[in-house]
Structure formats: structure tokens, C-alpha cells
Design a protein around this ligand. Structure first.
Ligand SMILES: *Cc1c(COP(=O)(O)O)cnc(C)c1O
Length: 235
């Protein structure tokens, strides 16, 4: 997840369907703007509405889409489990989705540009972004996605503390583990999401101490870049 790997959806769909198994794609990072997983062969697509769909970092929601026979089974379970959006959250979802296309297009552009600039920066060791030719799944992303999304992850040249100093030095993003909203968010997965798992598990997941996840919002790209640059200069 933190290195933004891409799944070859038609290939996985073929393998699953050969065994009569439905395939569900979590389209949260991709968004319906950048990837049409059902057209690519998936049976179900789920989205965290909390992220790009609502897009304003102010609601918790989710959606699952697919053929009616599969959705009917999920709906029956949903009736038992009881999760229901309150009317205001539903309103925020609808309101947010009106600008989904505009936001994602902007976020695609910003993330690609930031990824390219980071890749050339001497204080950055490595950048993980499916829109870069250096990414191991770039060929899959190019074929199966219209845009590469708003999340860039990268490794700062240095240890846990140098990386934490960089995070503390940026002024525009909020430090938070979510993504996909209009405000840029930054996090150091080792510290924020995976600390309890310990160093062995983190290593197995490929989460290095110097890894950063940066979720581009809709701020001006030059402001974001100036902010990143000034913080990198301080470490
Ligand atoms: C955040 C996230 C979820 C969970 O969504 P919530 O709305 O926070 O419950 C699921 N999948 C992915 C890929 C996510 O990023």
C-alpha cells in the first residue's frame, strides 16, 4: 500500500473467475475517475467515501458497487450489521461528489509533478508513484488507469528522526493518516499507522522508517513545492 503497487485487474479477474470466485477491488486510491474496475473485469468495487468521494476530510462513509445479486447479499448483511449514514453525512457526500472530477484531475496533476520533482531532489532516496516510469507497475497503471492518483510516497535520505523533522517542518499539510481530501495530508507510516506492529513486521510490509505518505490536496502546486523544499532544506 505504501509503495502504491498496482494490481493487474483483468488478470486477477481471469484467475478468480476460473475458480468461480468473485473479485472485489478496493478503488479508494484510484477513484472512479482514474479507474473503472468493473469494466476491467471486477465483480465488486468498494470505495472509502471518506477519502476522494466526499473529498473534504469531514465525513466517514463508504460504498460498494456491483451486480444486483451480489449487492443483495451484502445488503442483507448490512441490515443485520446496521451501519447507516446520518442525513448530514449523506448530504456532505453528495455535495462533495459534485466536484470529484475536478478535484481528482487537479490532484493527479499535482501528484505527478511533485513526484517528478522529488525524484530529482538530492535529499530524497526514492519515490513511489505509479505515474513515474521508475515505478515497477507503471506499465499496468498506464494501461488500466486514466490518471495516477493524488498520493505520492517517498523515502527521505536519512533515519526515522531526520524524516520526522521533515514532517514537522512542512507548513501546509496537516499530519494525518487519511488521504484524498482538499487539504494536503502528510504522514510517516512507521510512526502514525504501524508503530505497534514492531520493526520486523514493518520491514516485511516494506515500510521503512524514512517513508512518507503525501496526499495532495487542491492547493496551488508551487505553494506545496516551496513548502516541501524549505522543509527538506532544514534536515
Ligand atoms: C481509508 C481506507 C479504507 C477505509 O475507509 P474508511 O472510510 O476510513 O472506513 C479502505 N480502503 C482504503 C484503501 C483506504 O484508504
Amino acid at each position: 500500500m505504501c509503495s502504491c503497487r498496482c494490481v493487474d485487474v483483468p488478470r486477477i479477474a481471469e484467475l478468480c473467475h476460473a475458480k468461480n470466485t468473485p473479485i472485489c477491488i478496493d478503488g479508494t486510491f484510484a477513484t472512479p475517475i482514474n479507474q473503472r474496475a468493473i469494466d476491467l473485469g471486477a465483480d465488486l468495487v468498494l470505495h472509502s467515501g471518506t477519502k476522494y468521494l466526499a473529498g473534504h476530510n469531514d465525513v466517514l462513509a463508504g460504498a460498494i458497487c456491483g451486480k444486483s445479486d451480489l449487492i443483495a447479499q451484502i445488503r442483507a448483511m448490512h441490515n443485520v450489521l446496521g451501519g447507516t449514514l446520518d442525513p448530514h453525512a449523506a448530504y456532505l457526500m453528495l455535495r462533495g461528489m459534485k466536484t470529484l472530477g475536478l478535484r481528482v484531475e487537479h490532484q493527479n496533476k499535482t501528484a505527478l509533478e511533485i513526484a517528478k520533482r522529488l525524484e530529482r531532489h538530492p535529499k530524497i532516496e526514492r519515490v513511489h508513484y505509479p505515474g513515474l516510469p521508475s515505478h515497477p507497475d507503471h506499465h499496468i497503471a498506464k494501461e488500466q488507469m486514466k490518471g495516477f492518483g493524488g498520493v505520492v510516497s517517498f523515502e527521505v535520505r536519512g533515519d526515522l528522526w531526520t524524516t520526522a523533522k521533515f514532517v514537522d517542518g512542512v507548513r501546509i499539510p496537516y499530519i494525518a493518516p487519511s488521504l484524498g481530501g482538499v487539504e494536503t495530508l502528510i504522514e510517516q507510516p512507521t510512526v502514525i499507522s504501524y508503530w505497534d506492529q514492531g520493526p520486523e513486521k514493518r520491514a516485511a510490509y516494506g515500510i521503512k522508517d524514512n517513508l512518507i505518505r503525501y496526499s495532495c490536496g487542491i492547493e496551488d502546486i508551487e505553494n506545496l513545492w516551496d513548502d516541501i523544499s524549505q522543509s527538506l532544506e532544514q534536515i
